[in-house]
Design a protein around this ligand. Structure first.
Ligand SMILES: Cc1cc2nc3c(=O)[nH]c(=O)nc-3n(C[C@H](O)[C@H](O)[C@H](O)COP(=O)(O)O)c2cc1C
Length: 213
Protein backbone atom coordinates (compact mmCIF):
# COMPACT_ATOMS: atom_id res chain seq x y z
CA UNK A 1 0.00 0.00 0.00
CA UNK A 2 1.31 3.48 -0.85
CA UNK A 3 1.54 6.19 1.80
CA UNK A 4 -0.16 8.64 -0.57
CA UNK A 5 0.78 12.24 -1.04
CA UNK A 6 0.93 14.42 1.99
CA UNK A 7 1.79 18.07 2.06
CA UNK A 8 2.67 19.59 5.41
CA UNK A 9 0.05 22.22 6.25
CA UNK A 10 1.14 24.05 9.35
CA UNK A 11 4.26 23.96 11.49
CA UNK A 12 2.57 26.53 13.69
CA UNK A 13 -0.22 24.13 14.63
CA UNK A 14 2.22 21.38 15.55
CA UNK A 15 4.34 23.85 17.52
CA UNK A 16 1.26 25.09 19.36
CA UNK A 17 0.04 21.69 20.41
CA UNK A 18 3.52 20.64 21.55
CA UNK A 19 4.25 23.88 23.41
CA UNK A 20 0.83 24.36 25.06
CA UNK A 21 1.00 24.19 28.83
CA UNK A 22 -1.43 24.20 31.70
CA UNK A 23 -0.16 27.41 33.22
CA UNK A 24 -0.67 28.65 36.74
CA UNK A 25 1.21 31.91 36.47
CA UNK A 26 -1.28 34.63 35.56
CA UNK A 27 -0.95 38.38 35.49
CA UNK A 28 -3.52 39.19 38.16
CA UNK A 29 -3.55 42.87 37.10
CA UNK A 30 -4.43 42.36 33.43
CA UNK A 31 -7.86 41.58 32.03
CA UNK A 32 -8.92 39.51 29.08
CA UNK A 33 -10.38 41.74 26.34
CA UNK A 34 -13.98 40.89 25.59
CA UNK A 35 -13.22 40.31 21.91
CA UNK A 36 -10.52 37.81 22.95
CA UNK A 37 -13.04 35.92 25.07
CA UNK A 38 -15.38 35.79 22.08
CA UNK A 39 -12.55 34.69 19.76
CA UNK A 40 -11.57 31.88 22.16
CA UNK A 41 -15.11 30.60 22.25
CA UNK A 42 -15.47 30.92 18.48
CA UNK A 43 -12.27 28.88 18.03
CA UNK A 44 -13.68 26.28 20.43
CA UNK A 45 -16.78 25.97 18.26
CA UNK A 46 -14.67 24.80 15.31
CA UNK A 47 -14.08 21.53 17.17
CA UNK A 48 -15.47 18.39 15.58
CA UNK A 49 -18.66 17.01 17.09
CA UNK A 50 -20.88 14.01 16.56
CA UNK A 51 -22.91 14.79 13.39
CA UNK A 52 -21.94 18.42 13.92
CA UNK A 53 -24.45 18.56 16.78
CA UNK A 54 -22.20 20.97 18.72
CA UNK A 55 -23.61 19.95 22.11
CA UNK A 56 -21.64 22.48 24.13
CA UNK A 57 -22.11 25.69 26.11
CA UNK A 58 -19.49 28.05 27.55
CA UNK A 59 -20.15 30.08 30.69
CA UNK A 60 -17.61 32.81 31.41
CA UNK A 61 -17.22 33.98 35.01
CA UNK A 62 -15.30 37.24 35.41
CA UNK A 63 -16.96 39.06 38.29
CA UNK A 64 -14.52 39.28 41.23
CA UNK A 65 -16.98 38.15 43.90
CA UNK A 66 -18.23 35.31 41.71
CA UNK A 67 -14.64 34.20 41.09
CA UNK A 68 -14.09 34.05 44.87
CA UNK A 69 -17.13 31.79 45.14
CA UNK A 70 -15.85 29.68 42.27
CA UNK A 71 -12.47 29.26 43.99
CA UNK A 72 -14.39 27.74 46.93
CA UNK A 73 -16.27 25.44 44.54
CA UNK A 74 -12.86 24.45 43.10
CA UNK A 75 -11.53 23.47 46.54
CA UNK A 76 -9.46 26.64 46.96
CA UNK A 77 -7.69 26.67 43.57
CA UNK A 78 -6.71 30.32 43.71
CA UNK A 79 -5.34 30.48 40.17
CA UNK A 80 -8.95 30.69 38.95
CA UNK A 81 -9.18 34.10 40.57
CA UNK A 82 -5.71 35.16 39.43
CA UNK A 83 -6.55 34.27 35.83
CA UNK A 84 -9.44 36.76 35.93
CA UNK A 85 -11.60 34.60 33.67
CA UNK A 86 -13.00 31.14 34.25
CA UNK A 87 -14.87 29.40 31.46
CA UNK A 88 -17.07 26.47 32.35
CA UNK A 89 -17.34 24.22 29.31
CA UNK A 90 -20.55 22.22 29.60
CA UNK A 91 -22.05 19.50 27.43
CA UNK A 92 -25.59 18.46 26.52
CA UNK A 93 -26.57 14.97 27.68
CA UNK A 94 -29.41 15.01 25.18
CA UNK A 95 -28.96 15.74 21.45
CA UNK A 96 -31.31 18.71 21.61
CA UNK A 97 -29.77 20.44 18.61
CA UNK A 98 -30.70 17.47 16.40
CA UNK A 99 -33.74 19.00 14.63
CA UNK A 100 -31.84 22.07 13.55
CA UNK A 101 -28.58 20.34 12.66
CA UNK A 102 -30.10 17.48 10.65
CA UNK A 103 -32.13 20.08 8.74
CA UNK A 104 -28.82 21.77 7.90
CA UNK A 105 -27.40 18.47 6.60
CA UNK A 106 -30.45 18.09 4.36
CA UNK A 107 -30.44 21.74 3.22
CA UNK A 108 -26.77 21.42 2.30
CA UNK A 109 -27.64 18.42 0.12
CA UNK A 110 -25.51 16.07 2.21
CA UNK A 111 -28.47 13.79 3.05
CA UNK A 112 -31.87 13.49 1.42
CA UNK A 113 -34.77 14.29 3.75
CA UNK A 114 -35.61 10.66 4.45
CA UNK A 115 -32.04 9.67 5.25
CA UNK A 116 -31.70 12.78 7.45
CA UNK A 117 -34.77 11.71 9.45
CA UNK A 118 -33.49 8.15 9.77
CA UNK A 119 -30.04 9.16 10.98
CA UNK A 120 -31.54 11.71 13.35
CA UNK A 121 -33.83 9.09 14.89
CA UNK A 122 -30.92 6.63 15.28
CA UNK A 123 -28.71 9.31 16.80
CA UNK A 124 -31.33 10.48 19.27
CA UNK A 125 -32.10 6.88 20.26
CA UNK A 126 -28.39 6.14 20.68
CA UNK A 127 -28.03 8.78 23.37
CA UNK A 128 -31.09 7.83 25.39
CA UNK A 129 -29.41 5.99 28.23
CA UNK A 130 -27.87 8.05 31.05
CA UNK A 131 -24.46 6.59 30.33
CA UNK A 132 -24.57 7.31 26.58
CA UNK A 133 -25.90 10.81 27.20
CA UNK A 134 -23.08 11.62 29.59
CA UNK A 135 -20.46 10.14 27.27
CA UNK A 136 -21.89 12.27 24.45
CA UNK A 137 -21.65 15.43 26.57
CA UNK A 138 -18.15 14.75 27.83
CA UNK A 139 -16.60 13.62 24.53
CA UNK A 140 -17.85 16.49 22.46
CA UNK A 141 -17.34 19.26 25.00
CA UNK A 142 -13.83 17.97 25.77
CA UNK A 143 -12.83 18.39 22.14
CA UNK A 144 -14.15 21.97 22.21
CA UNK A 145 -12.24 22.59 25.43
CA UNK A 146 -8.99 21.42 23.84
CA UNK A 147 -9.56 23.80 20.93
CA UNK A 148 -10.03 26.60 23.41
CA UNK A 149 -6.78 25.70 25.19
CA UNK A 150 -4.84 25.66 21.93
CA UNK A 151 -6.39 28.94 20.86
CA UNK A 152 -5.42 30.53 24.19
CA UNK A 153 -1.87 29.30 23.72
CA UNK A 154 -1.69 30.61 20.14
CA UNK A 155 -3.00 33.98 21.36
CA UNK A 156 -0.21 34.24 23.95
CA UNK A 157 -2.51 33.63 26.92
CA UNK A 158 -2.13 31.22 29.80
CA UNK A 159 -4.84 28.62 30.31
CA UNK A 160 -5.41 25.57 32.50
CA UNK A 161 -8.12 22.93 32.19
CA UNK A 162 -9.53 21.94 35.57
CA UNK A 163 -11.81 19.23 36.84
CA UNK A 164 -10.89 19.68 40.48
CA UNK A 165 -14.20 21.24 41.42
CA UNK A 166 -17.58 20.26 42.81
CA UNK A 167 -19.60 19.48 39.67
CA UNK A 168 -23.02 19.78 41.26
CA UNK A 169 -22.17 23.06 42.96
CA UNK A 170 -20.73 24.45 39.69
CA UNK A 171 -23.83 23.45 37.73
CA UNK A 172 -26.00 25.26 40.25
CA UNK A 173 -23.64 28.25 40.41
CA UNK A 174 -24.07 28.99 36.69
CA UNK A 175 -27.70 27.78 36.40
CA UNK A 176 -27.08 24.89 34.03
CA UNK A 177 -30.30 23.22 32.91
CA UNK A 178 -30.81 19.57 33.89
CA UNK A 179 -29.78 18.26 30.45
CA UNK A 180 -26.40 20.05 30.49
CA UNK A 181 -23.44 18.91 32.60
CA UNK A 182 -20.20 20.65 33.58
CA UNK A 183 -17.28 19.05 31.72
CA UNK A 184 -14.23 21.17 32.37
CA UNK A 185 -13.44 24.53 33.90
CA UNK A 186 -10.78 26.58 32.14
CA UNK A 187 -8.83 29.31 33.92
CA UNK A 188 -7.59 31.70 31.25
CA UNK A 189 -5.91 35.06 31.24
CA UNK A 190 -2.82 37.07 30.37
CA UNK A 191 0.41 35.32 31.30
CA UNK A 192 2.31 36.30 34.42
CA UNK A 193 5.60 34.75 33.25
CA UNK A 194 7.30 31.42 32.74
CA UNK A 195 5.90 28.09 33.84
CA UNK A 196 7.92 25.25 35.42
CA UNK A 197 9.37 22.59 33.09
CA UNK A 198 6.82 20.26 31.61
CA UNK A 199 6.58 16.86 33.31
CA UNK A 200 7.62 13.87 31.16
CA UNK A 201 5.20 12.31 28.67
CA UNK A 202 4.74 8.58 28.26
CA UNK A 203 6.58 7.65 25.08
CA UNK A 204 5.05 6.60 21.78
CA UNK A 205 6.63 3.14 22.22
CA UNK A 206 4.58 2.75 25.38
CA UNK A 207 1.25 4.16 24.21
CA UNK A 208 1.02 3.21 20.52
CA UNK A 209 -0.36 -0.29 19.95
CA UNK A 210 -0.72 -1.83 16.53
CA UNK A 211 -3.84 -3.85 15.77
CA UNK A 212 -4.40 -4.97 19.37
CA UNK A 213 -3.53 -3.88 22.87
C1 LIG B 1 -9.15 16.41 32.95
C2 LIG B 1 -8.11 17.34 33.53
C3 LIG B 1 -8.28 17.85 34.80
C4 LIG B 1 -7.35 18.75 35.33
N1 LIG B 1 -7.63 19.35 36.53
C5 LIG B 1 -6.80 20.31 36.99
C6 LIG B 1 -7.13 21.05 38.15
O1 LIG B 1 -8.17 20.85 38.77
N2 LIG B 1 -6.28 22.01 38.55
C7 LIG B 1 -5.13 22.30 37.87
O2 LIG B 1 -4.41 23.21 38.29
N3 LIG B 1 -4.78 21.62 36.75
C8 LIG B 1 -5.58 20.64 36.29
N4 LIG B 1 -5.27 19.97 35.13
C9 LIG B 1 -4.01 20.26 34.41
C10 LIG B 1 -3.02 19.08 34.48
O3 LIG B 1 -2.38 19.05 35.73
C11 LIG B 1 -2.02 19.22 33.31
O4 LIG B 1 -2.71 19.16 32.08
C12 LIG B 1 -0.95 18.13 33.34
O5 LIG B 1 -0.15 18.22 34.48
C13 LIG B 1 -0.04 18.18 32.11
O6 LIG B 1 0.57 19.45 31.99
P1 LIG B 1 0.45 20.34 30.69
O7 LIG B 1 -1.04 20.55 30.41
O8 LIG B 1 1.15 21.64 31.02
O9 LIG B 1 1.10 19.62 29.56
C14 LIG B 1 -6.19 19.08 34.59
C15 LIG B 1 -6.02 18.54 33.30
C16 LIG B 1 -6.98 17.70 32.78
C17 LIG B 1 -6.81 17.21 31.36
Amino acid sequence: MSEGTQQFRSDAAIDALRARRSGHNFDANADLADETLEALVEDATYAPSSYNLQPWEFVAIQDDDRLDELVDIAYGQQHLKEAGTAILVAGHTDPKTADRVFEEWVEAGRFDAETGEEIKAQTVAGYESDRAGRDYAVRNASLAAQNLLLSAHARGLTATPMTGFDFEAAAEFVDLPADTVPVVLIAVGPSGGDEPERLPRRGVDEVLHRERR
